[in-house]
Design a protein around this ligand. Structure first.
Ligand code: MG
Ligand code: MG
Length: 267
């Protein structure tokens, strides 16, 4: 069932989204050679609790982290560990969420430890741009797969044959982290549920340098590329409002990312 939020509920989700934005910013600032993914997890948890919120990943189907920390060929759902230390040149996807006053938010970024190679810089750039193209389609009057199609279009427009990860994707979000509808990162436009004000979605492309086939590790969580190629993952929670998309997990409401699409969101 798709949960439609009132304007007041979207305000509450915005407050939750700002906690998640702050947690990701804090983790990002702590990324450096030698830091462990377990230490980064503690940074996120401390920040979220300092804001009177609760991590929504922790304990989710038994997950042991506040963040998912997915390094290099790990695509999503990497488990933070004290013995997993980052080195210069690693890419780490930091996926994080919070619950504030019962409302969930969910966001992810991929960052390079130190200076990225040209290949990594291009991978992160195309993945982030595909997310913004999807967010720009979170507009009342459209259909769900307009978002999917926009995400895919950015990725397939590149001269490098990036992989778009199958099956995994975005989702509705509200009083639960994962709600209907599922949002694939590919597909034909004009299909699926109508986009209406009050619908809130997490948009999260996952892109691989090589083949997008995935394997889940024996830990029951970590999803990696089968061919060992590197992957990137970006995510924001967005509300469809009568005035357009409002990116609840972006500090600026999405102003910078949506500007190329001629969209000025609420701050
Ligand atoms: Mg997430
Ligand atoms: Mg998500």
């Amino acid at each position: 069932m798709i949960q439609i939020k009132t304007p007041h509920e979207i305000e509450l989700m915005r407050a939750s989204g700002l906690v998640t934005a702050g947690a990701i910013a804090a983790v990002r600032a702590a990324v450096r050679p030698g830091v462990s993914t377990g230490e980064l997890d503690a940074v996120a948890e401390d920040y979220i609790r300092s804001q009177g919120a609760v991590p929504n990943f922790l304990g989710y189907h038994g997950f042991t982290g506040t963040i998912c920390a997915s390094v290099n060929h790990e695509i999503v759902h990497g488990i933070p560990r004290p013995d997993r230390r980052l080195v210069e040149g690693d890419n780490i996807s930091i996926d994080c969420g919070a619950i504030l006053q019962g409302w969930h938010s969910d966001s992810a970024v991929t960052v390079t430890v130190g200076e990225p190679s040209a290949e990594d810089a291009a991978l992160l750039d195309v993945t982030e741009r595909s997310m913004w193209a999807g967010l720009a389609k979170a507009v009342a009057g459209g259909r769900l797969t307009d978002i999917s199609h926009a995400v895919e279009g950015v990725i397939t427009a590149e001269s490098h044959p990036y992989g778009v990860v199958d099956h995994y994707g975005g989702h509705g979000i509200g009083t639960e982290m994962h709600q209907d509808p599922h949002v694939l990162n590919y597909g034909r436009p004009g299909r699926g549920p109508k986009l209406v004000p009050g619908l809130t979605l997490a948009i999260e492309p996952m892109v691989t340098v090589g083949d997008p086939a995935t394997v889940e590790l024996d830990d029951g969580w970590t999803v990696i590329t089968k061919d060992g190629s590197r992957a990137a993952h970006f995510e924001h929670t967005v509300a469809i409002t009568p005035e357009g998309p409002w990116v609840l997990t972006a500090e600026d409401g999405g102003a910078k990312g949506l500007a190329p699409f001629g969209i000025t969101p609420r701050g």
